[in-house]
Design a binder for this molecule. Sequence first.
Ligand SMILES: [Zn+2]
Length: 511
Amino acid sequence: MKNLGFVGKLRRRPESESFFRLAKTAKQAIFVLSSMQPDAARRKKGRSKPDRVFRHSLVLFLLCLCPFTSQATELQAGAAQVKITPPIGAPMSGYYYERAATGVHDDLYAHALVFALRDVKIALVTLDLIGMGAPLVAQARQAIENSSDIRGDHVMISCTHTHTGPTIPRGTQRENSKSNAARIQAAYVKALPGQIALAVKQANSRLQPARLSTAVGHEDSISFNRRFFMTDGTVGWNPGKLNPKIIKPAGPIDPAVAVVYVVSAADEPIATYVNFANHLDTVGGLAYSADYPFTLSSLLSKIKGPEMVTLFAQGCGGNLNHIDVTTDVRQKGHAEAARIGMVLTGEVLKTYTRLRSIDPTSIGLRREVVKLPLPEVDGDAVARARETAATYDTPEAAPFMELVNAFKVISVHERQGRPLEAEVQVMTLGEDLAWVGLPAEIFVELGLAIKEASPYAMTIVTSLANGSLGYIPDRKAYAEGNYEPVSARCAAGSGERLVAASLRLLRELKQ
Ligand SMILES: [Zn+2]
């Protein structure tokens, strides 16, 4: 495990920092400005009258600047969003068959929130996309470094996991199409890092003194564990509404609605960051849509004003979705997405009244790349998997679960024994608030384990952050089988490694 950690120790970029950011205190500034006097003046033993006047006016000038220099020790924040809706015709994400988008229900966005404190800046970015692999995240971080004074590794880039956005290729076989849709997709993906960097740049340009408050709401009526103990002794996956063989859910949900609210010194809303764990596959169809976060941001902007940016971050909902199997009510489409979005918004609105302000005095950062072991795959399995995969998207397509397994086997084989690399990123604001970013669809049990053992009063665990490695179930689910562990590109125990790394980094920062 390679530790990339540091706490607030910056590689300085003086060319992009203002003089007064570099000179943290007026005293330092006097020293720096003194050294900026003309050489001739400094060489003289006695001070001439113009020299004294120069020094006195410098001191006066600096005294006037004191309020501004002290401002750098207070929290600043800025937010922005940039439209990232692809052209019509791009392949849409989320299922095991190709479908090209035919319209736009609501636009997709890159949402960015930048915090600055002393000389450290961090950015949180949420994208209305299904997921983004680490190579593309690296490109986006590079674009951010090129266009702002924010370090790429100070940015957490997470995806909401909307199934009604474009596919973002991870280089797997079923994405190697040469169709027109694939050409549209290639051009889109090429431009995406620049669009993400633009959102961060705009948020950075809007930095202003800010106040922060947080609270955690509770909403348990819109998300459901999608794995069930069945009467035949198996663990079912999405077994269908009113299925009589269902005994009970095979795991919990995470009802926490984490809210971070940011306002200006004049109390004007800058941003609301909401983290909630629930798969985003409500809408369906062929029109682009951000799914229920669209309703969340639309309703919050009606209340808080159009200038406020809402960032929705996906919690650990790898084995959760919105389907209530205890009813036969239809739960697909824009009306259902709007209903879920409204219920979630209602809880955010209730949570606004319970916000507790925090006044952070420092930003903490840690990153670590955790190596995740691969599942066992033997040679015969690879040959069989290739045959099965060849049936994909044909009239003779193999059954769903066989295709899922075949794509997994091929993908694991291609790694030739090299373990998966998962970036664990932790950011903290002060002593009470922490973010953990994990690069996959994480089982809810793992997210809950991090939150419960974290030394921070409020820990937000955002999945599909800084990468997209597919499902990461907990160890128990591998023994139970079915879709997510069959699909997972890493072996049992990987999720527990991510939990251990997250907690280690959180504890280091808390010291
Ligand atoms: Zn999904």
